[in-house]
Design a protein around this ligand. Structure first.
Ligand code: PLP
Length: 401
């Protein structure tokens, strides 16, 4: 008999991966499933990046690399932090991992002990709480009020801190809400953190370049240099360069933390894929017009879908400032019934109704810690997005009191 270790019972499969799988399975059964669950750009990786990978293979860069990343990539990352974020990191303060997800996993596994607390502002990316739990820690959720853009408020942060708090996780722009903290908002959070020197900050900046309406990106180690010595700044190439499948992410922070993460990585993956690391160098150091162009396209799509969604009776969505998701409230539908008589009492019920009645796959807000909402991704073509909104409108119209 197979024994699954108890630590695995503390976590759930990633809801977004499961939703993708469910949509693929239904499609295989012949159903016309429209999936608006994607957590990845629908563009191809730019040619110059792919060509760099081909060149790397031809040049024989096909062996193990340094566990923490090739010197060339770590230097490119150091340069990116200096040029784009005004942050100085040496190569010994940088780790490359198999996606930002692995970098976050490494950091939490290295630092969170049984019973340690990690403050996770809600709504949150689905993986933070489960990685904390896997490490034996306790996620402490603090909801950012929707009226204040779903952002963590300094007084709420202060109240959530205890002697067991190890980390605050920040994610801006945020998945799923698109909430994007400006420099002043980060400075206000930093004021609180400066009073609590035992609390470290893990900032997940993976959507840095997908920021709209001309807003300026800010990250906490830059805004509050006093916190840099206890901040891990995580980023990657997945979203900015349409490179999700290449699996390259990185983190920068104090050398002692990075060293611990490299040690853990040496006993798990041995380091990220060599060819993908060469491609990531090309992404970070090559032409950046792809980034500006995808930002423009995503902003247009956001506006199109936002308008269509907000025109549907009972749904309400704020305007996200970044990332590529709409996180809409559906709680006005609670109490209505499907034509089959099933009551809608939660975002899970609403999501199931969308799938059953209109073959539309979206994600329930409960997966992100806010059960009154649901998430759709606008990383899809405009026709698909508009068709998605038509299906959502029909699903809404089919509900009866
Ligand atoms: N962080 C957030 C907030 C994300 O939404 C995602 C992907 O959906 C990741 C990290 C994972 O990024 P990567 O592909 O680099 O592992």
């Amino acid at each position: 008999m197979l024994h699954i270790a108890p630590r695995l019972h503390r976590i759930q499969p990633s809801p977004s991966s499961m939703a993708g799988q469910r949509a693929r399975a239904l499609r295989a059964q012949g159903r016309d499933i429209l999936g608006l669950t994607a957590g990845e750009p629908d563009f191809d990786t730019p040619d110059h990046i792919r060509e760099a990978a081909v060149r790397a293979m031809a040049a024989g860069q096909t062996r193990y690399t340094d566990v923490g990343g090739t010197p060339a990539l770590r230097e490119a990352i150091a340069h990116k932090f200096r040029a784009e974020n005004g942050l100085d990191y040496g190569v010994n303060e940088i780790i490359v991992g198999t996606g930002a997800k692995q970098v976050i996993f490494n950091a939490l596994m290295c630092t969170v002990a049984e019973g340690d607390e990690v403050i996770v502002p809600a709504p949150y990316w689905v993986s933070y709480p489960d990685v904390v739990r896997l490490a034996g820690g306790v996620p402490v959720f603090v909801e950012g009020p929707e009226a204040l853009g779903f952002k963590l408020q300094p007084a709420d942060l202060e109240r959530a801190i205890t002697p067991r708090t190890r980390w605050l996780v920040l994610n801006s722009p945020n998945n799923p809400s698109g909430a994007t903290y400006c420099a002043a908002e980060l400075a206000a959070l930093a004021d609180v953190l400066e009073r609590h020197p035992h609390v470290w900050v893990l900032t997940d900046d993976i959507y840095e370049h997908l920021i709209y309406d001309g807003a300026a990106f800010a990250t906490i180690a830059q805004v509050a240099p006093a916190l840099k010595a206890r901040t891990l700044t995580v980023n990657g190439v997945s979203k900015a360069y349409a490179m999700t499948g290449w699996r390259i992410g990185y983190g920068a922070g104090p050398a002692q933390l990075i060293q611990a993460m490299v040690k853990l990585q040496s006993q798990s993956t041995s380091g990220a894929n060599a060819i993908a690391q060469a491609a990531a160098v090309a992404a970070l150091t090559g032409p950046q017009d792809f980034v500006a162009q995808s930002r423009r396209i995503f902003q247009e799509r956001r506006d199109t879908v936002l308008q269509a969604l907000n025109a549907i009776d009972g749904l309400h969505c704020h305007r996200p400032q970044g990332a590529f998701y709409l996180f809409a409230s559906c709680s006005a539908l609670w109490g209505l019934r499907t034509p089959q008589g099933t009551p809608i009492r939660s975002s899970d019920d609403w999501i199931l109704h969308l799938l059953e009645s209109e073959n539309l796959a979206a994600l329930q807000g409960s997966a992100y810690g806010v059960g009154t909402h649901f998430r759709i991704s606008f990383a899809a073509g405009t026709d698909e997005l508009l068709e998605g909104c038509r299906r959502i409108a029909r699903a809404r119209a089919s509900l009866v009191a």
